[in-house]
Design a binder for this molecule. Structure first.
Ligand SMILES: [Fe+2]
Length: 367
């Protein structure tokens, strides 16, 4: 990839094709101190106020810089490497981490251990990479006092507060407003599909576990839906197309969104799964279409609930699990309250927290 000049025009050549770079695009990147704040890298002017007829009077390549004289009297030196970086990838950090699909045979996944100066360490960088590969990560030795989960969340990014509070206690209690707060088994589901936007990442921190049951379960929704696409393409298609209503009703609030069970990006790649069969309501469609939809949903549910895809493990006190609520489904096995206490704390953070932290750590350690 390189920058080339022809008759006072700048071209970007990626080896396959050569395209002219718009002079205005270059003008917006002028980094002279009267135009750009060097600390925040934010513009000190509004480019929509510039004249659209920006052109180049003169342009030179001098070692690693593009020296440009614009027709509005501005001169600037632009770093060629930075220009090339903007052309090379949409997002050089997060999108370059390839998801690793997994099923019940997953083993030897690395656990991380909390220690001093953890949040700004290279270990935290590795943790985030692992999180993006597998969709979850387990961190051991997290302090269990003073709702430490909130400090953990805020040390990566910011807690995403919901109507369940800044954090929530997961233990059986009388008159629960959600089945999570009972000792019943919970089949694989995603959290809060009725929220807009759905919280991206859930943290679950084990404070106490004196019961023999209550195992945590996880399923890779990305792997399951990719298998569904290959084996049952018609089912996959209808589940990506039909939007269903998810609703949550409480004393103080009614939450509702309308979305498909499998949501794709514009390029048809995986974006998000939603699955919470106690809360979803499919719209009225032609009977034939609903026939197909119900078959598809049943098949997807069978796959999510099958032993083939599910891993089960016990969270011990001080273990904190961080899981991608757009990619994974989670649940638990039932437990006996007479055996003792099972007490977890949970909270949510969003992708901007983990993405921002990862970019920062890459910059810090030059990775
Ligand atoms: Fe949940």
């Amino acid at each position: 990839m390189k920058i080339e000049l022809i008759q006072n025009k700048v071209y970007f050549n990626n080896g396959v094709e050569k395209k002219e770079i718009h002079p205005f695009w270059l003008r917006e990147r002028v980094n002279n101190k009267e135009y750009l704040d060097s600390t925040t890298q934010q513009r000190l002017y509004d480019p929509t106020f510039l004249n659209n007829n920006v052109s180049l009077n003169k342009v030179n390549i001098n070692e690693n810089y593009l020296e440009v004289d614009f027709n509005d009297g501005t001169n600037s030196k632009l770093e060629i490497d930075k220009i090339i970086l903007e052309f090379s990838k949409e997002d050089a950090v997060v999108k370059s981490i390839k998801k690793i699909k997994w099923d019940s045979t997953l083993e030897n996944i690395k656990n991380f251990k909390y220690q001093e100066n953890f949040y700004n360490s290279e270990e935290m960088h590795d943790l985030l990479i692992s999180f993006y590969k597998y969709g979850f990560v387990i961190i051991k030795n997290i302090p269990t006092t003073k709702n430490y989960i909130v400090e953990f969340a805020n040390s990566i990014g910011s807690v995403r507060r919901t109507n369940f509070g800044e954090y929530f206690d997961v233990k059986s209690k009388p008159n629960p407003n959600d089945l999570a707060y009972t000792s019943l088994a919970l089949s694989p589901h995603t959290d809060n599909p009725y929220r807009n936007p759905v919280p991206c990442i859930q943290l679950l921190h084990c404070i106490q576990s004196k019961v023999s049951g209550g195992l945590s379960t996880l399923v890779d929704g990305y792997n399951v839906t990719e298998d569904l696409k290959n084996k049952y393409p018609e089912f996959y298609k209808i589940l990506t197309e039909v939007k269903v209503r998810f609703k949550f009703i409480d004393k103080e609030v009614i939450l509702e969104t309308i979305s498909p069970l499998i949501e794709l990006h514009e390029d048809k790649s995986f974006k998000q799964v939603r699955f919470s069969p106690r809360l979803d309501y499919v719209p009225i469609l032609e009977k034939e279409k609903l026939d197909l939809y119900y078959q598809a949903r049943k098949k997807l549910s069978e796959m999510y609930n099958s032993d083939t895809y599910r891993i089960e493990f016990k969270l011990e006190p001080k273990d904190l699990m961080m899981m991608d609520n757009y990619r994974l489904l989670h649940g638990r096995t039932s437990y006996e309250t007479s055996e003792g206490e099972r007490y977890l704390q949970g909270c949510y953070i969003d992708y901007d927290s983990t993405e921002g932290k990862l970019r920062h750590l890459k910059r810090k350690f030059n990775l």
